[in-house]
Design a protein around this ligand. Structure first.
Ligand code: SAH
Length: 252
């Protein structure tokens, strides 16, 4: 069970790359980016078992069965999942289906989103808690979240799969006491060249989720840590450090 990271192939671990290169067969999600899939050698069989809301392909049981079947005939199986497999990766079903599983962690989307925004998810004295939460239920609809527990002004909230539930997230947190002007960042396609970031405030999150996001994977970061950086860590300077600068720096 291998974490593929947020999309940028450079954010794959060396271990993940090695496991992919030496596999017999790789089963991957729709979330695993093309850059990562390009690292799978042509000799390795590549099977998409992608699930993205709306476009359902294979159900969980079929995926489990395919994995087990391949392993039982002695093939080296890699199950490649977006981000970190232990975070909203529905890994438990697949772990249960198999007896011997090795897990290779990956960089989760919240880390990549924070990096794209150039900020820290935790802030000494301001954001002492970091919560990963999903606002997605199996059948769609409103997730039964404990808003009172989530509405902590000293926390950073990373909301995965929150697009459809954005109005509930905003209303739930404000009703539970979080300030309507709490900073929010929406990050789509984190770590990828087509990535985009949008900053807003909690009460405007529903409209921002509707208008600022395309159909890529997106994450919300909510809390004081997400506030615009102060003058000393000039955003402009960081923006001038474009992706090209960084890759040419990395190449040296
Ligand atoms: N295991 C994954 C999360 C799977 S749930 C991880 O650790 O990142 C899928 C959700 O993750 C998406 O709906 C989105 O909210 C988030 N996500 C995954 N990749 C992302 C990316 N590149 N940019 C923004 N959000 C992403």
């Amino acid at each position: 069970l291998v974490g593929a990271g947020p999309g940028d192939p450079d954010l794959l671990t060396r271990k993940a790359e090695r496991l992919i290169a030496t596999a017999d067969i790789v089963f991957h999600d729709a979330l695993v980016g093309p850059g990562v899939l390009a690292l799978v050698p042509p000799s390795v069989e590549l099977v998409s078992v992608g699930k993205r809301s709306g476009r359902h392909s294979k159900d969980q049981r079929t995926i489990d069965a395919l994995i087990v079947e391949a392993a039982l005939v002695g093939r080296r199986v890699v199950r490649l999942k977006g981000g970190d497999p232990s975070i909203f990766g529905r890994s438990s079903e697949e772990l249960e289906a198999c007896h011997a599983v090795h897990i290779c962690p990956g960089i989760t989307a919240a880390s990549a989103a924070a990096a794209d925004l150039g900020l820290s998810l935790t802030l000494r004295g301001t954001a002492r808690r970091l919560t990963f939460v999903t606002a997605h239920t199996k059948r769609g609809g409103v997730p039964p979240l404990d808003w009172a527990a989530l509405a902590d002004p000293q926390a950073t909230l990373a909301v995965y799969m929150g697009k459809a539930a954005a109005p509930h997230v905003s209303a739930g947190l404000i009703a539970a006491g979080l300030a309507p002007d709490t900073p929010v960042a929406l990050v789509e396609n984190a770590s990828l060249p087509k990535g985009s970031q949008f900053r807003t405030r909690l009460d405007l999150l529903p409209i921002a989720a509707k208008t600022a996001l395309g159909d890529g994977p997106a994450l919300f970061l909510i809390g004081a840590a997400v506030a615009e950086p102060n003058a000393s860590s000039s955003l402009e300077t960081r923006e001038r450090l474009s992706r090209e600068d960084i890759s040419s720096f990395a190449a040296h």
